[in-house]
Design a binder for this molecule. Structure first.
Ligand code: HEC
Length: 130
């Protein structure tokens, strides 16, 4: 009878971890108000001057699929490294950050209380479908 304990206990522990852990791994997503309306307002003009000539809103709707489940920081880094396509890296970090806030609002995600900041937790904010 007791000789089975060596197996039953680890299996029980394993199942407990399996059932409990999903509630811990649910992180923050772009639906959680991860940027402010001030950042959106600041990003609008920068977007219109530097991005709009090549990308309208439909462009993001069409390409969003490819970003789902990725950290928002990846999206930010891609834009910093490659955009505007005719002059990559030409904007300030804050301008890129505000552009991302602007795109998120345009995509239908809510503004909130906390400032979006590439140096503070943006790697833990996950991109989801609108
Ligand atoms: C001169 C034209 C041009 C400008 C200006 C430009 N882009 Fe792009 N962008 C492109 C091209 C070309 C691609 C790659 C091909 C594609 O996906 O359509 C691209 C790709 C992207 C992608 C990747 C989409 C995906 O998921 O594949 C994002 C995001 C993006 N641009 C955002 C921006 C932002 C933000 C700005 C302003 C800072 C900007 N672009 C300015 C031409 C431009």
């Amino acid at each position: 009878m007791f000789k089975n304990f060596g197996v039953v206990l680890p299996v029980t522990l394993f199942l407990t971890i399996l059932f409990v852990s999903p509630s811990y791994s649910q992180g923050k997503t772009i639906k959680d108000g991860v940027f402010t309306i001030e950042q959106v307002a600041a990003g609008q003009g920068v977007y219109e001057t530097n991005c709009k000539v090549c990308h309208d809103l439909k462009f993001y709707r069409d390409t969003w699929k490819g970003w789902i489940d990725k950290p928002l920081l990846n999206f930010y880094y891609m834009i910093v490294a490659e955009m505007p396509a005719d002059n990559p890296g030409s904007l300030l970090d804050a301008e890129y950050t505000n552009i991302v806030a602007n795109v998120l609002l345009e995509m239908g995600f809510p503004a909130g209380e906390s400032n979006l900041d590439p140096n503070d937790g943006m790697d833990e904010i996950i991109i989801v479908a609108p």
